[in-house]
Design a binder for this molecule. Structure first.
Ligand code: FEO
Length: 170
């Protein structure tokens, strides 16, 4: 059984992860409009991953006799000046999500909820990857600068990213 505080916090996190999915889908649409299908694909896969994050919280709340509550999802921005600006925004967003996850771990410890703490450790590790992968593309874009052919090659590379659903129970 989850405490009231944990249920409230996890429901807010379902909302935050859903917002992340919307944000990355909006970035994907912006890249489609700029004729950068590889960048659009990378963001689309990212959006799919975010929905699996939301669903993990959804399932955890349900499986511990909590009541899931859904809230309106804020609309994301729709435009970024450059591909680099989008990836910098993605990186910055992920650092905020990391802070949210750390806050949830603190709360789980305060509430002596060891099962939730254990559940959250997957997200602690995942956030390291989330920050790293957005920052890696941002760094490549800084190196590329205004070189259009290098941008084209990076677009082709980002087209290779595929969505893999996390293993059951992971
Ligand atoms: Fe669900 Fe990108 O953090």
């Amino acid at each position: 059984m989850l405490s009231k505080k944990i249920v409230e916090a996890f429901n807010r996190q379902i909302n935050a992860e859903t917002y992340s999915a919307c944000l990355y889908l909006s970035m994907s649409a912006a890249f489609e409009a700029q004729n950068l299908p590889g960048f659009a694909n990378w963001m689309r896969v990212q959006a799919q991953e975010e929905l699996t994050h939301a669903m993990k919280f959804f399932d955890h709340v349900n499986s511990r006799a909590g009541r899931v509550e859904l809230f309106p999802v804020e609309g994301p921005p729709g435009q970024w000046e450059t591909p680099l600006a989008a990836f910098e925004a993605a990186y910055e967003h992920e650092t905020k999500v990391t802070a949210m996850i750390n806050g949830l771990v603190d709360l789980a410890l305060e509430e002596k909820d060891h099962a939730s703490n254990n559940f959250l450790q997957w997200f602690v590790a995942e956030q390291v990857e989330e920050e790293k992968s957005a920052d890696a593309v941002a760094q490549q874009l800084r190196l590329i600068g205004k070189d259009k052919s290098a941008l084209f090659l990076l677009d082709r590379e980002l087209a290779q990213r595929v969505f893999t659903a996390p293993a059951a129970g992971a």
